[in-house]
Each structure stands twice: as structure tokens, then as C-alpha cells.
Design a protein around this ligand. Structure first.
Ligand SMILES: Cc1cc2nc3c(=O)[nH]c(=O)nc-3n(C[C@H](O)[C@H](O)[C@H](O)COP(=O)(O)OP(=O)(O)OC[C@H]3O[C@@H](n4cnc5c(N)ncnc54)[C@H](O)[C@@H]3O)c2cc1C
Length: 363
């Protein structure tokens, strides 16, 4: 496919999307010496890690994501020296609390495992033992889990395409029957199997709806286990000044390496020549060329069906993309408060919690 317009300018690499993943990719490309341009549709960078004054001036809200729980497991902040580019993490002492209405108390997850267990014991000794056992299991698998989070996913249809080392690790995990079962288990089933107290089930189970899974969706059990373990392990870290300070630090790093970012620049299509991506066309008609590569952090459906065009990709890939199911929507309420929230019980602990969930137990 060619366009009537020729590129007015060329870069080594174009990155579509200035969320934190697109920017991270751009930083590593710039670090490797490439001349990089990031193109972002929105008026500012950040994607789903935006922080904006959406209520009143001076009140900053993290519009989507707020907790950077994976920060301590990712090599990125250190490798890109983000501290010197304005990135700072806060490590709240209490990672998460679940509050039960009508004076039914609360359970909290602390950075200290002993304190978390004490909090669970208020509701069930047995459940404290279950959590200790599960967390010990996580610690045994920790290196493997972290390496899987930080390496490309294994292509299960073509094991030769990945390193033998990764395949062996993956099989070691997958062959353990209980672990494999948990990957397909729903949140409700996992909670009922592992805990007896409705309050404890509510705290651990809340990680599934937190990311848009219903209690009976497949995979919720694994998600609750991993989310709780990672937060127990590394804390529920918050980016000082708002999550947007992560993409801002990445942008600072990128610019220090000569990379550029253009906001309010929606990519309309990727231009192909002889099946090779050679540039992009923006909605304003501007054409930008690339000498080496284009990387996109849009969702796969936008990339394949809109930006490239299904006629240019394998028909099986296009049909797989079309059957992709979008998750349920969630809604948020943003408030400008005239002071910290006051809780009728547990004020001291709840006011120190990075995150407070509220629900009836057993609901
Ligand atoms: C409500 C909510 C809460 C969340 N909470 C957390 C949390 O607490 N902790 C956590 O770790 N994760 C959380 N997440 C998930 C996390 O925010 C995302 O996984 C992450 O931000 C994705 O980053 P990304 O860079 O891959 O994509 P995005 O942040 O989506 O960035 C993609 C960018 O591409 C741009 N774009 C799209 N199409 C085009 C185009 N055609 N041309 C140019 N630009 C384009 C978009 O405008 C966007 O800026 C949450 C997500 C949501 C929705």
C-alpha cells in the first residue's frame, strides 16, 4: 500500500502511544542509539497512568491506575535511572484494607507478613495459616514468576521460538497440577477452597472485581493469588505526585537521549510497502517515515483491523482478533474532599492504607 503523500520527515523508530509501555519501549530504543518519535493521540502523555485535575483546580486525581505494585519487581526504574528524572515512590505501611460496614471491623494487608497474619487471625486462625502457606509457595516460585513477568510470553504453539531455559521454567510451573488448576479457577471457587471466613474471602477476592473480573470469571483465582502475593511481597507503592510522574520521568529520560514526543497526533494508518511498515499517516494527513521499525501500544484490535488493515495480515490472525472479547466496563467517582476521610472504626490504620475497599462480607 502506498499513499499519495511522501514522508516529510524520517525517524529510525516510531512508537504509537505515549502510555508508560510505549514510552518505556521508546526509551530502550533511544538508549540503543535509535532516533525515536512517539506519537500520542491525547493532548498529554500518560495513557492509563494519567493524573489530572478533573474535579477542582489543585485536586489531582489518578484518572485510571494509581498503585504501582509491580515497581519493585520491574528492572525499568533502575535501568533507566528514573529517580534522576523525577520519579519517586511512596511505600505506605498499610498496603490495603478491607472495611466491613456496621462495625464489622476491617482486615489489613501490611508490608509486614506477621501484621497481616494478625489481622486475618481476628477472623480466622485457619485462614491465617492458609495465607501463610500460599505466600510461602509464592516465595518459592518468586524468581520464576518475576522472570515470566519480565520476559516475552511463551509461544505455546512453537516452543522452539523461545529460549529452552524459559520453556523449561514454564513447564516446571505448569506441570504442577494445583497451580495449573488455579489458573482456570474463578475467584469465588478459589476463595471458598482456601478460606473459611467471609471477611477474609472478601479481602482476597476483591482483587478480581478490582480489575474488572466478576466472581465467576475464569482466571480470577490466579489473579487474586498473584495480586495479593505481589502486594504482600513488594507493598502497594504509589507514585509521589500522581502516577503521571512515571510517564513524565520516562519522557524526560527519552528526551535526554534525543527522543521526541508529539501529542494530539492520532495515527490513522500504518503505511506498508511490500509488506514492510515504512511510515504512518496521521489524521491531519501528515506522513512520517521510519527507517527501521514501528512499535504500537494500542490494543491489538486497533492495530490489526484499523491501523494496518485486515487485508494485509494473515486471515487466521484477523479472525482471532475479531473474536477477542472486551471485559466489563467499570466506573469511577472522583471527589474533591475538604479533608482526609474519617472512618468510624480503625481510623488509625485505615488512614494509612494505600487503598481501602468497602463491602459487606459474604456479598
Ligand atoms: C480504571 C483502571 C485502573 C487501573 N489501575 C491500575 C493500577 O492501580 N495499577 C496498575 O499497575 N495498573 C492499573 N491499571 C492498568 C494500567 O493502567 C494499564 O495496564 C497501563 O496503563 C497500560 O499502559 P500502556 O502504555 O500499555 O497503554 P495505555 O496507557 O492505554 O496507552 C496507550 C496510549 O496509546 C494512545 N493511542 C491509542 N491509539 C492511538 C493512535 N491511533 N494514535 C496515537 N496514539 C494512540 C492512547 O491515547 C494511550 O495514551 C488500571 C487500568 C484502568 C483502566
Amino acid at each position: 500500500m502506498t499513499t499519495a503523500n511522501s514522508p516529510s520527515v524520517y525517524y529510525d523508530a516510531l512508537v504509537i502511544g505515549a502510555g508508560h509501555n510505549g514510552l518505556t519501549c521508546a526509551c530502550y530504543l533511544a538508549k540503543a542509539g535509535l532516533r525515536v518519535l512517539v506519537l500520542e493521540d491525547y493532548i498529554s502523555i500518560g495513557g492509563m497512568t494519567l493524573t489530572e485535575e478533573i474535579t477542582l483546580p489543585g485536586f489531582k486525581s489518578d484518572v485510571h491506575a494509581f498503585g504501582y505494585s509491580l515497581a519493585t519487581l520491574s528492572p525499568v526504574p533502575d535501568e533507566l535511572d528514573l529517580k534522576t528524572h523525577g520519579f519517586e515512590l511512596i511505600h505506605p505501611e498499610v498496603s490495603l484494607s478491607h472495611l466491613f460496614p456496621n462495625n464489622h471491623g476491617h482486615i489489613s494487608m501490611y508490608k509486614s507478613m506477621e501484621k497481616t497474619l494478625d489481622s486475618i487471625r481476628k477472623y480466622s486462625d485457619r485462614d491465617a495459616g492458609s495465607w501463610k502457606k500460599m505466600f510461602d509457595e509464592y516465595l518459592t516460585d518468586r524468581d520464576l514468576i518475576v522472570s515470566m513477568l519480565n520476559t516475552p510470553p511463551v509461544n505455546q504453539g512453537d516452543t522452539k521460538s523461545t529460549s529452552m531455559e524459559n520453556d523449561t521454567k514454564f513447564e516446571a510451573l505448569e506441570l504442577a497440577g494445583d497451580k495449573y488448576r488455579r489458573q482456570t479457577q474463578s475467584m469465588r471457587s478459589w476463595c471458598n477452597e482456601n478460606f473459611e471466613s467471609d471477611e477474609v474471602k472478601a479481602m482476597f477476592g476483591s482483587f478480581a472485581p478490582f480489575v474488572g473480573l466478576s466472581p465467576d470469571d475464569a482466571g480470577g483465582g490466579e489473579l487474586c493469588y498473584l495480586f495479593s502475593s505481589i502486594i504482600q511481597d513488594g507493598g502497594n507503592n504509589v507514585v509521589k505526585g500522581g502516577f503521571v510522574n512515571l510517564p513524565i520521568a520516562l519522557a524526560n529520560y527519552l528526551q535526554s537521549k534525543g527522543g521526541q514526543i508529539m501529542t494530539s497526533s492520532r495515527v490513522k494508518k500504518i503505511i506498508l510497502e511490500n509488506s514492510r511498515a515504512v511510515g504512518v499517516e496521521l489524521i491531519n494527513g501528515k506522513v512520517i517515515g521510519t527507517r527501521k521499525l514501528i512499535s504500537s501500544s494500542t490494543d491489538p484490535s486497533t492495530l490489526i483491523l484499523n491501523l494496518i488493515g485486515e487485508e494485509y495480515v494473515d486471515s487466521h490472525l484477523a479472525s482471532c482478533i475479531k473474536r477477542m472479547e472486551w471485559g466489563d466496563a467499570i466506573f469511577g467517582i472522583y471527589l474533591a474532599l475538604n479533608g482526609p476521610l474519617e472512618y468510624k472504626s480503625g481510623q488509625e490504620i485505615l488512614s494509612k492504607s494505600a487503598q481501602v475497599h468497602i463491602s459487606e462480607a459474604g456479598s
